[in-house]
Ligand binder design. Structure first.
Ligand code: FAD
Ligand code: FES
Length: 286
């Protein structure tokens, strides 16, 4: 589980998105689009789920792309080529149902763009006409534009500040496209939960099948702990074993957002400890 390559894809004053290629021969052979891995950076670290963005069975490696949002992803960001992860399990979750739907829209927001890449590729290779909509806060954080373009028949971009593409949200572009042409058989969307909620609300009146890939907080990823519980169609589901993709028209997004905020105090404490440790370490170096 050694890191073979590492590349910073995007960086601003408050965040960073990094791509790493990791030695993982068995996962590289088996993984399919839409699946994820669970990893531990250190022995005492927590387990975090990350989507497998690419795999190369010849190089016996998988590619992950992650945004540094808290303790574990920031620690992961400190690893360098030749460093090893403490643990890596996968592939987990159901693969995306890949077939020729006809005309489809794939939508990625923020680091969700990385998560749509393997799905856009597989759906394009299955013969679909692919329209892609990418969104980010600002142009510096808009990753993988050329890679997504290579699997798209049409590509649209939105940034919150208007620094690239249309000013506004992916849902504004989606609304415009559907008003002019509603002949789409699938919408596939990954991004922040509020974005997936809005996209699902936009497609609902058109009755277009809408799959959302949900980033519920996970602990064991075996369906045992209940940490990633969510409601779909009034029924309790577990993101790790029933997902990670669900019917956007049936997900209770408000409940999911509420559950995502339940460790906010603990997350703040661990981040403060990490910042303190970094200060001490840089003091020692001086
Ligand atoms: P924490 O300290 O745990 O959290 C920091 C902030 O991030 C908090 O605001 C918290 O509410 C929010 N947060 C915590 N966990 C999640 C979560 N699961 N989703 C969204 N926000 C969260 N991230 C990537 O960057 N790339 C991926 O390819 C990717 N794939 C994922 C696939 C699946 C199936 C799932 C469930 C999640 C995926 N995530 C991905 C999200 C990633 O797992 C979290 O960002 C990570 O666990 C945060 O850990 P942390 O300790 O760094 O942050
Ligand atoms: Fe424990 Fe899904 S992470 S049930």
């Amino acid at each position: 589980m050694k890191i073979l390559t590492k590349e910073i894809l995007a960086q601003t004053s408050d965040t960073r998105i990094t791509k790493i290629e990791i030695e993982a021969p068995l996962i590289a052979k088996k993984v399919q689009a839409g699946q994820f891995v669970l990893l531990m950076v250190t022995e005492k670290g927590e387990r975090i789920p990350l989507t497998v963005v690419g795999n190369d069975p010849q190089r016996e490696s998988i590619t992950l792309i992650f945004q540094e949002v808290g303790y574990s992803t920031k620690i992961l960001g400190t690893l360098n080529i030749e460093d090893s992860l403490y643990a890596l399990v996968g592939p987990l979750g159901h693969p995306t149902p890949i077939k020729n739907y006809g005309r489809i829209l794939v939508i990625g927001g923020g680091v969700g763009i990385a998560e749509i890449l393997p799905v856009a590729k597989a759906l394009k290779e299955a013969g679909n006409v692919v329209y892609s909509i990418l969104g980010a806060r600002t142009k510096e954080l808009l990753i993988l534009k050329n890679e997504i373009k290579s699997y798209s028949d049409n590509l649209y971009i939105a940034t919150d500040d208007g620094s690239l593409g249309q000013k506004g949200f992916v849902s504004n572009i989606l609304e415009k496209i559907l008003k002019e042409d509603k002949d789409f058989q699938l919408v596939y969307c990954v991004g922040p939960v509020p974005m997936m909620k809005v996209v699902s609300n936009v497609t609902r009146p058109y009755k277009i099948k809408t799959l959302v890939c949900l980033n519920a907080i996970m602990l064991d990823a075996t369906g045992m702990c209940g940490g990633c519980r969510l409601i779909e169609g009034g029924k309790v589901k577990f993101c790790c074993v029933d997902g990670p993709e669900f019917n956007g028209h049936e997900v209770d997004f408000d409940e999911l957002m509420h559950r995502q905020g339940r460790f906010i105090n603990e997350e703040k404490v661990s981040l403060r400890k990490l910042k303190h440790k970094c200060k001490l370490d840089s003091g020692k170096k001086k």
